[in-house]
Structure formats: C-alpha cells, structure tokens
Design a protein around this ligand. Structure first.
Ligand SMILES: [Zn+2]
Length: 450
C-alpha cells in the first residue's frame, strides 16, 4: 500500500470516527444523594444513573457505574431521585371553570356539564393549544407519563401525543384513548334534538348494541388510540361492554371503564374490563372478584380534602351559612373516601391512582393541581410507599408499559424526577418536584448551581 493510499485511509477512518461520534447518542450521568426504588422500597445512597440516549444504561453507587469520558454529569447533591410520575387518569384537553352557584343549582350535573359543552363547541384549535399548555405543565411538575381518558374532541389527544413524540412540543408520554364510548344520555343532557347528535359526535362514540360497540372501537382504532375508555352506567349491558372488550383486545388495546355505581362496577367486572376507574361504590365481594380476575382499581381522589371548595371559592359569593354546609359535606366525602381506600388496600386488589384532573384551579398550574391529588391517599390511610407505587410501578403495570416506565432500571426510558427531602417521611414532597428528566432530556433542574 502506497503512502497516499494509507493517508487516504487514515483520512477516511478519521471521517468515519467523526461521523460515529456525531451520531452516537448523548451520554448523561445523573448523581444524587439517594434514590428510592418503589419496587422494593429500598433506598440506594448515594446513587448514579448512567443514561445513553433516551434509555437508562446502568444504575448503582457512583463507584459501580461506569462513567466514561465525554459523559455530561448532572449532580443533584442530597436530593432524592425517583422514577418519573405516572398520572393514569387525566384530561389534558378539558379545563372546566366551575360556574357560579346559581348555574350549578340549575342542572343535575351543573358543576361539570356546562364547561364540557363549552369545550366541545368552542374552537378545536383553541382547545388543542390549551392541551399543549396543560401537557407541558404536567411534565414540569414531574408527571412524565399520562393516560388521557377522553374529553379531547375527535383526535385532540392522539395528535398531542404525536406532536410531543415528534419532538415539536414539550409534554409527557401520552397514552391516548380518543373518544370515550358512551350510552345515550350520559354527560350532556337536554341538547336541542336538531343539533344534539352532531355535538355529541365531536366528543363521544355511541354504544347501542354490541355491533355498534365494536364499530366504535374500530373507529378509535383508525385514530390510532392506545387504550379504549368506556363510561358504564345502568343502561350499558354486559353484552355491549363484552363486545367492546373483545374488539379492543383483538387490537391489543386495554379497556378502562368509568364505573361509580355498584351495578356499573359489576357490568365492568363481568365484561372483562382491564381497569375500573373511580369505583366509589364497590362492594367487598366485587373487590374480591377484581382481585381474582386481575382487574386494576384506579383510585381517583380528586375531591379529597375539600378540593371542590378550593376551586370554587374565588368565583362565588357564598351566602351566610352555606360555606359551613359545604365544609361538612367535604368532611363526609373524606370519610367515605378514606373507607374506600382502606377497603381497597385490605382486599389485595391491584391498584393505581389518577388525578382525574379536568378542573381549572386558580393559582395552580395543571401539573401542580394534578400532583396535589396524590398525597390525599396517604391521609386516607395508605402508606407513603404505596402512594408512590400507585403512580409509578403499579400504574406502569396497569398501562401495560411495565417494560418501559415506572422504575429506574437498565433498558427503561430515562424518566426521572427528584425532590429535596424524603418522600417516605413527607409524601407532600411529591408536590415539590425540583428536577425532571424525560427520555434523557432535561426538562427542569432547580438544583443547578446558582
Ligand atoms: Zn375522568
């Protein structure tokens, strides 16, 4: 080989090395004082997490982890590292402003339905832009994955998911349900019959008989949804819901069923649903059936701790005496919810938790409002570790994403959050997430040196 040829080869090798260096995924080393592993409850201190591209490569003590030259290091000092949080029941394209008291009293579902109707008939562009904002706010508070269960218009949530995945928007990973499947007469009543169906089609898909139930699943399949959401009430039959489940499972989609009353919960269990959302009036016998069949219970402590008072107070002039009535009913609600949480825990049923956030909360971002809904589970008697599991490992299993998210281990997405204190000693630390990383990309770091 002549001199010129070897020089050319050297140049070529250099160019190739340069190209390789440019296309190699970035390597980041995150160090922190402690890391809580929700799978075991163990705390690793200190900890280092090596990230390559969007995945976790190694986890261990700083001495164990192979930091190599060129890795960018993020040192979080004494902070506690956790897996990114998962909100398994939310509504990013709905932000209901609670109407004045007089309006609430005018309708049976007055605190919710007028806001929902407005969201459906307002500009879809406006709604989509709002969804993008609320998604970013969720992520900034540490929610790195959400399951969005309806109230998004026809394709608001699937399009938001795709825009985030394409890198054009900042937001959590989204499992989108598309339109919610409902029976006639749910959610929005008393519409003008000449316009009603056209309005409802913007938000829902109908279930009237098993054939139409299957068709509605296929319609959502066309929109490339990740999960099917159904609302069950007393008029939904087991046959209809079983048709939904069969069709969804054929497409490898799980079925999440909104069910509050005892009868609807039974329909959801008998039809083979994958998760029951809310489940307020579940019986012990039903909890045993759910445990036996492996159905997840998705707790939504949305109104715990007088939440409704907090979102309504600033907008209402409250007549003398009424405020204490509402405070009483909030106390009764807390008591009932505490009993529910304790029965769920005792039953051994698999559980996760979702904020069910769809409310405008003055003074809080959507992310702050959403994460404020998880510490109440601890007030209702759940151990802090189980609260954290409900929004990490357990939620990942319910979503069917246990191989991608929910814990900090090699091969999973590098979705990490960090708080200053010890979340096992003070679960409200979850409301003060100060570091967020999603897929190896830094979203927020309040620990950075000042
Ligand atoms: Zn909901």
């Amino acid at each position: 080989m002549g001199k010129h040829a070897s020089l050319a080869l050297l140049l070529l090798a250099g160019t190739l090395a340069h190209l390789t260096a440019q296309s190699a995924p970035p390597v980041v080393l995150v160090k922190a004082g402690r890391m809580l592993d929700p799978r075991t409850g163990n705390v690793l201190a200190p900890v280092a997490v090596l990230i390559e591209g969007d995945k976790i490569k190694e986890v261990g003590t700083p001495a164990q982890v192979h930091a190599f030259a060129g890795a960018k290091t993020i040192n979080l000092g004494n902070a506690t590292l956790l897996p990114g949080l998962i909100d398994s029941h939310t509504h990013l394209l709905l932000d209901v402003i609670v109407p004045p008291e007089a309006e609430i009293r005018r309708h049976s579902n007055g605190e919710f339905a007028p806001g929902l109707l407005l969201a459906v008939i307002e500009s879809p562009s406006k709604r989509a832009l709002m969804g993008a904002q609320l998604a970013r706010e969720d992520l900034e508070s540490g929610i790195t994955t959400v399951r969005n269960l309806g109230h998004s218009g026809i394709d608001g949530d699937t399009q938001l998911r795709d825009a985030i995945n394409a890198g054009g928007l900042v937001g959590p990973r989204i499992l989108a349900s598309g339109r919610k499947l409902i029976t006639r007469g749910e959610y929005i009543q008393n519409l003008n019959p000449a316009l009603g169906d056209a309005i409802l089609q913007q938000e829902f898909l109908p279930i009237e008989g098993p054939d139409q139930a299957r068709q509605s699943v296929r319609q959502n399949e066309l929109e490339n949804v990740d999960v099917i959401k159904v609302s069950a009430n007393e008029s939904l039959t087991v046959g209809e819901l079983a048709a939904v489940v069969e069709e969804a499972h054929r497409h490898h989609l799980k079925v999440a069923v909104h069910a509050i009353e005892t009868a609807s919960i039974q329909t959801a269990i008998d039809a083979g649903s994958d998760s029951i959302e809310h489940g307020n009036l579940v019986t012990d016998e039903q909890l045993a059936q759910m445990r036996q069949k492996g159905v997840f219970f998705d707790l939504t402590p949305t109104f715990y701790g007088g939440f409704f008072l907090k979102i309504t107070e600033p907008s209402i002039v409250i007549p003398v005496g009424m405020h204490s009535d509402e405070a009483d009913s909030a106390a009764r609600h807390n008591q009932r919810y505490t009993q529910l949480v304790q029965r769920v825990l005792k039953s051994g049923v698999r559980f996760a938790a979702g904020s069910d956030m769809c409310w405008f909360y003055p003074g809080k971002t959507r992310g702050q409002a959403s994460v404020s809904r998880f510490p109440p589970l601890h007030e209702a008697g759940m151990q802090s570790l189980d609260v954290i599991r409900a929004i990490t490992t357990n939620a990942a299993a319910m979503l069917g994403w246990q191989d991608r998210i929910g814990s900090v281990e090699p091969g999973k997405f590098a979705d990490l959050v960090a708080v200053s204190g010890d979340p096992l000693a003070d679960i409200t630390e979850l409301e003060r997430v100060r570091f967020v990383m999603k897929g190896g990309v830094l979203v927020r770091n309040d620990f950075a040196a000042h």
